[in-house]
Design a protein around this ligand. Sequence first.
Ligand SMILES: [Zn+2]
Length: 322
Amino acid sequence: MAKINTKITDGVHKFTLPIPYDTGSANCYLIEGDKGYTIIDTGANTEEAKWLWKMELEGKLPVEKVIITHIHPDHMGLASWFQERYGTPVWISTQGYEELLKMRSLFKDGQYEDPIRALSPYHGGPVLPKRKDLYFLYHDFLFEPDRLFSNHEKIPIGNDFYEAIWTPGHSPDHYCFYQHDKHILFVGDHILNDMNPIILTKQQGENPLKQYFATLDPLERLAADYVLPGHGQLIDDLRGRIGKMRAHYRKRLDQTFQSVDRKGKTAYEVAKSVYGSIQSHDRAMSAFIQVITNLEYLESLGCIKKEEELGKAFFILAIEEE
Ligand SMILES: [Zn+2]
């Protein structure tokens, strides 16, 4: 594994922890201040991560507080452990707290009630089983935050104030943090260097791609010398990277659009024509959900129409022939 603690600039360290998910590792950040470290994101709730944090913090500054970019388990999994072991206050956003409460309500009777289950038949997909395998994540969502912050609030991180910038898309509660004088920007999973952030609809009525594109514009204009993501390598050229990501999502939107016809198809039918047959169930499902996300976005632009018939949604080309 690559080096675990990397100095980024004076008083700012990247702390990379292994996580039991596809991305392989998560970046947490330690920012020094007179009152101790502010930690941005904790990594996932694993024994290995706890051990690595203990080793890292042993004999060093106290931990002043933990701030969470978004409440996905690979970023906030150890929030309650920090509260219990070190008495560390945990700060999350107002949107993060809403998500936390919503997530808690989805774990019932030893199972996770994935909202995607309701979405799948509506879009012509299969009836999905309830998830018992994700129940272990329930206790990650049980902590109570000590402080909430909201959009554009200036919050202390180390000895500086950072602007908390609400950037929904990857998750409804995602935040970036920006230091206006030092040009340091923490971007969580909003902008990644080595992969394209996952932007997926989770339930009816969401249009995360629309939110995502809207939040890229103001970020692109920021002067940023250090752009620090939640996974992978630092981003050297913020504007260049945003341009590449936009091109990636546009290409996928275009593929989806090309598969819509004048007769109307369900999202599941569109996914099959875009991706062909996909062997693994998980991959097929994420391709399907990706297509739902793309179709909802294209519909919001007016390129396609959505019509409902017998509780199912059909997408139809909206552009009239000459
Ligand atoms: Zn992540």
